[in-house]
Write a protein that binds this ligand. Structure first.
Ligand SMILES: Nc1nc2c(c(=O)[nH]1)N[C@H]1C(S)=C(S)[C@@H](COP(=O)(O)OP(=O)(O)OC[C@H]3O[C@@H](n4cnc5c(=O)[nH]c(N)nc54)[C@H](O)[C@@H]3O)O[C@H]1N2
Ligand SMILES: Nc1nc2c(c(=O)[nH]1)N[C@H]1C(S)=C(S)[C@@H](COP(=O)(O)OP(=O)(O)OC[C@H]3O[C@@H](n4cnc5c(=O)[nH]c(N)nc54)[C@H](O)[C@@H]3O)O[C@H]1N2
Ligand SMILES: [Mo]
Length: 928
């Protein structure tokens, strides 16, 4: 390359790429130059403040900070002169004078002490300058400890908080030697707006900021005091952050982010501090079978004391009973009397085995998983119009975009690491448009436009935007001609949806609609991100169709910085779907109705006939269970007794089952109805692969053993399959992966050994030595003639609208610290300490009208049921709405939700029900 810079480093001729610093080049050559305020990890800007990395440049009087200085052509740089070495050592020695003694250090193996070792500083000749200024221990946060006596003012925590995670909580107060980091307005960390991503803890070079789990009561600790470290992937969301698990005595001591393709070292509170669910005392450690004398099935088991309803069994007995119950139903009523829910929390191999077990063992396709409650409608629209259900571009592509729309997704809470990229995008001038009926605390101040429209009116808003683009001819005509079909019909259809008419429905003024439409159409590159606010409606598929049409109109697909990205939820929902855990399709979305597909699987599965009839979906299966048509179920890693809509109905259905086998890591609400409970492995306890929202297939490496006699999910599946008569002979997840490759073209060029070596490969991947494609469909779509399609969408009201009896709107969703049904996060002490209680968010004005103070209790009632919950004042919630998270069994949101389904995606309308809100009686009495 012509702009390569050539210079001399310690007498050798070397090259630098434009923008590279002397430190980076030296580091690349294997030279060790000490650094304290510099962090070579991606995302950290060099600051050049600590002077620990000084080098000499010919012709310059002063030494220069190599971390920040970029070489120029012909420059002669020496790192190894006496003068430079002495200067560097002096810096460290002076700083050492103010550090706590190494024996008492908060982190004996801190980066600082490593650097001191590297330059040969064991103690300091200088007097300590330690002033009274330093605030001592701040232990106000459950997960982190702040000991500023070790702070060297390097500013890394500030950069971590402001520039990498863009949370803007930490700042520097005071000047010079007196400076120290503060949280917000010098609040205790635990009382500040800190979201506990822990980036500062990971960046701090001295141990001034430490994970609480690494220091003792005297604030002494040692990061290196571990037995081993295993690189794997976070078990929570679809971002798929790579982690390093630090293990001592077979327990996780702490977690750090590593440089995975999606997270580049970053983590959120769950990934960093939520790992401890796996060590919870309520983990299932032995197989359980229902006692003969157990009370009737219901939500009546104490997970801490299951012995009232269950007894311990050996694995042989439990597996025999589990299999026999299913086989008996099969032989008496036929295979269709048994159905299965698989898991998006397990690996690809486990998902594959699960769908195979149902399809091969029971000869039908009634197998589904939580994707049905999630992005089913998005996938339906994407398959229909784009020809593929996965994202067209990784979320990290936002760095190449000019505009990005985030609609019906709350990424700072639900995909927090992806959100850091969104915030960085906005900070460098990208136009961020947030469309959500609820105000978004996290993205609000980064948004160029925040459109708080009426819930359930996405089609109206999006059609109005597209109307402007069509009427003003802002569309990309060349793109439409080259890569799409159906434009003319679409153009005629969209004419009716003028901003003026749609404004009445969605509540956004026509001027704003026009401005957003023009900005998106005029941008060089635009991306669209969406979530459950789009998909969980009876018109979820229509909502997603609009987003697809919008991107197609403007040609914002297939190039860097463009794309359609439904943010996938569970850590492996992309992979479980790819692996065929879906009732209509086999692995890689190959339709069960296609004879050639069935032939292929007959061949791979040694003569198994695949049922040509598409299977039933989650809510449909529950309905058949309720009606008694399905009599047995195998539920792996799902908690439908909490996560299904109209959950009382689902619970009754579960209680009706003749035979229920639940395989989980905790005694969940669903397991309370089980006949046999099989104790399984958490993600950090298993080997396999998962696929994240970016289509990155990643290696899961077993970090710690399973507790008690719990076993890895894949191994349990194999044993159970054999007992129901299948000739399975897998002896390692690797064998399963090899079989998956036989039918899954998406895994082309992705091999187990590659994943072991590289950690992640993105599909599609063109060759064995490429990382895979971040952006797809630049040269056409996997549809007829390579063209994507415009499918017009009409405005449909929600299935249930407010009336006199149920005058408000209930919407449900998530919060940062909790995971879905709470099974994991309510058993993770740090997370549960931050969010211990169920709350319903309402506007302060609404609470005043109801006569309820924040913290008081309200009763929520819908056509399905009624519950009491604590009220939380939240200005982000519209006045006629209530927001309720669904993680709390004592106020289970799904008692209230509407099971009405989208006709295409078969997804229920979790985001909209008519509700009545009253001051709770108990509260009214207390107030009197
Ligand atoms: N902390 C945490 N993170 C998670 C999860 C978790 O349980 N906890 N779950 C994971 C999973 S499986 C998923 S699917 C994702 C979900 O992640 P998100 O899609 O972000 O999930 P939600 O919070 O359910 O809803 C998103 C937004 O939809 C908005 N909304 C409500 N009604 C409407 C509407 O009519 N139109 C529009 N446009 N928006 C509306 C809500 O106000 C909310 O801000 O999160 C994943 N990440
Ligand atoms: N009201 C309302 N309801 C909703 C939604 C909403 O927004 N509002 N969102 C819907 C969405 S998007 C989703 S994805 C679903 C999620 O619904 P579910 O998938 O039912 O919810 P989770 O709590 O994630 O259940 C996962 C289960 O797997 C177990 N588990 C975790 N790891 C492992 C493992 O490695 N092996 C095994 N065997 N088990 C494991 C956990 O203990 C837990 O019981 O909820 C849906 N329900
Ligand atoms: Mo989800």
């Amino acid at each position: 390359m012509s702009d390569t810079i050539r210079f001399t480093l310690d007498g050798r001729d070397v090259e630098a790429a434009p923008g590279q610093t002397i430190w980076e080049v030296a580091h690349g050559q294997g030279l060790v130059i000490p650094h304290l305020c510099h962090r070579p990890e991606p995302g950290y800007r060099p600051d050049g403040n600590c002077r620990a990395c000084m080098v000499e440049v010919d012709g310059e009087r002063n030494l220069v900070a190599s971390c920040i200085r970029q070489p120029t052509d012909g420059m002669v740089v020496s790192t190894d002169t006496q003068r430079a070495a002495t200067a560097r050592k002096l810096v460290i020695e002076m700083l050492a004078a103010d550090q706590p003694e190494r024996a008492e250090a908060h982190d004996r193996s801190s980066h600082f002490w490593e650097m001191a070792d590297a330059v040969g500083v064991a103690e300091s000749r200088f007097p300590t300058m330690e002033a009274d200024r330093i605030p001592l221990l701040d232990d106000s946060h459950v997960a982190m400890r702040v000991n500023l006596d070790a702070c060297i003012q390097c500013n890394l925590c500030v950069r971590a908080c402001r520039e990498v995670q863009v949370n803007d909580v930490i700042g520097m107060a005071g000047r010079g030697h007196e400076a120290f980091p503060v949280f917000d307005q010098d609040d205790p960390m635990g009382a500040s707006t800190c979201v506990a991503c822990g980036e500062c803890v990971q960046a701090c070079p001295t141990g001034a900021l430490m994970p609480a789990s690494v220091v003792n009561d005297d604030q002494v600790g040692d990061r290196a005091d571990i037995d081993r470290e295993v690189q794997s992937v976070c078990p929570f969301c679809g971002v798929g952050c790579q982690v390093s698990v630090k293990i001592k005595d077979d327990r996780v001591k702490y977690i750090e982010g590593i440089n995975g393709p999606a997270n580049e070292g970053r983590l959120c509170v769950k990934g960093r501090f939520g790992f401890d669910y796996i060590h919870n005392a309520q983990r299932l450690t032995v197989p359980l079978v229902r006692r003969e004398d157990a009370p009737a099935k219901g939500l009546n088991v104490d997970p801490a004391n299951p012995w009232t309803h269950f007894r311990e069994a050996t694995w042989d007995e439990a597996l025999d009973l589990a299999a026999r119950g299913l086989v008996d139903l099969r032989s008496f009523y036929g295979g269709k009397s048994v159905a299965g829910f698989g898991s998006a929390k397990c690996t690809n191999e486990e998902a594959y085995l699960f769908q195979k077990l149902i399809r091969q063992g029971f000869k039908h396709n009634n197998v589904d998983h939580c994707t049905r409650l999630c992005h089913a409608s998005s996938v339906a629209a994407l398959m229909e119009n784009v020809g593929s259900g996965a994202v067209t571009a990784s979320f990290n592509e936002i760095e190449n975009a000019d505009i990005a729309i985030v609609i019906g997704a709350n990424p700072t809470e639900n995909h927090p690491v992806a959100a850091t990229y969104f915030k960085q995008f906005a900070k460098r001038g990208g136009k961020l448009v947030v469309m959500d009926p609820r105000g978004q605390r996290g993205l609000q101040r980064h948004a160029w436009k925040e459109l708080r429209f009426r819930p359930g009116t996405d089609v109206a808003l999006l059609n109005a935007i597209m109307n402007v683009i069509v009427e003003e001819k802002l569309y990309d005509r060349q793109y439409i001609e080259g890569f799409t079909e159906g434009f003319f019909e679409f153009r005629d259809h969209i004419r009716a949806f003028t901003p003026e008419r749609m404004a009445e429905l969605c509540g956004i003024d026509p001027g704003t609609i026009r401005e957003v439409a023009r900005a998106y159409a005029d941008a060089r590159a635009g991306m669209i991100f969406w979530g459950m606010g789009v998909s969980q409606h009876i018109h979820g598929t229509d909502n997603a169709r609009c987003l697809i049409s919008l991107a197609l109109l403007c040609g914002h697909v297939g190039r860097p910085g463009t794309g359609l990205h439904p943010l996938r939820g569970q850590n492996n929902v992309q992979g479980a779907s790819d692996a065929g855990l879906i009732p209509q399709v086999m692995p890689d979305y190959q339709s069960v109705t296609d004879g050639e597909v069935r032939d292929l699987f007959r061949h791979i599965w040694r003569g198994t006939e695949i049922d040509a009839q598409p299977g039933l979906t989650v809510v449909e299966i529950m309905d058949r269970v309720y009606r008694g048509e399905i009599k047995g179920m195998y539920v792996l890693g799902e908690n439908p007794a909490m996560s299904d809509p109209d959950v009382e109905h689902a619970r009754k259905a579960l209680a009706h089952l003749d035979h229920l086998v639940v395989q989980d890591i905790f005694l969940t609400e669903t397991a309370m109805f089980a006949d046999v409970i099989l104790p399984a492995s958490a993600l950090p306890e298993k080997t396999g692969t998962t696929t994240n929202t970016n289509r990155q297939v990643q290696m899961i490496r077993r970090a710690v053993p399973t507790p008690g006699s719990a076993r890895e999910d894949w191994a349990i599946l194999v044993d159970l399959a054999r007992r129901i008569g299948l000739d399975w002979d897998y002896s390692h997840p690797r064998d399963v992966f090899a079989e998956m490759k036989m039918s899954m073209f998406s895994l082309h060029h992705i091999t187990w050994s590659r994943l072991e070596a590289e950690g992640a490969v993105t599909y599609p991947c063109k060759s064995p030595d490429e990382p895979g494609e971040a952006v797809v469909f630049g040269d056409g779509f996997p549809r007829r003639a390579g063209r994507a399609k415009f499918t017009p969408a009409r405005v449909t009201p929600p299935a249930e609208v407010p009336d006199d009896t149920f005058p408000m709107i209930l919407t449900t969703g998530r919060q940062l610290e909790h995971w879905h049904t709470g099974s994991m996060t309510r058993r993770a002490p740090v997370l549960d300490a931050v969010e211990p209680e169920a709350t319903a968010g309402m506007h302060p004005a609404t609470l005043r009208e109801l006569g309820v103070a924040p913290g008081g209790r309200v009763r929520l009632t819908t056509r399905r049921g009624s519950l009491e919950v604590m009220a939380r004042a939240d200005r982000n919630v519209a006045r006629d709405m209530v927001f309720l998270p669904f993680a709390f069994v004592e106020a289970a949101a799904n008692i209230l939700t509407n099971p009405a389904l989208d006709p295409f995606g078969k997804i229920p309308e979790f985001k909209y029900s008519a509700v009545r809100v009253e001051a709770a009686e108990s509260d009214a009495v207390a107030a009197e």
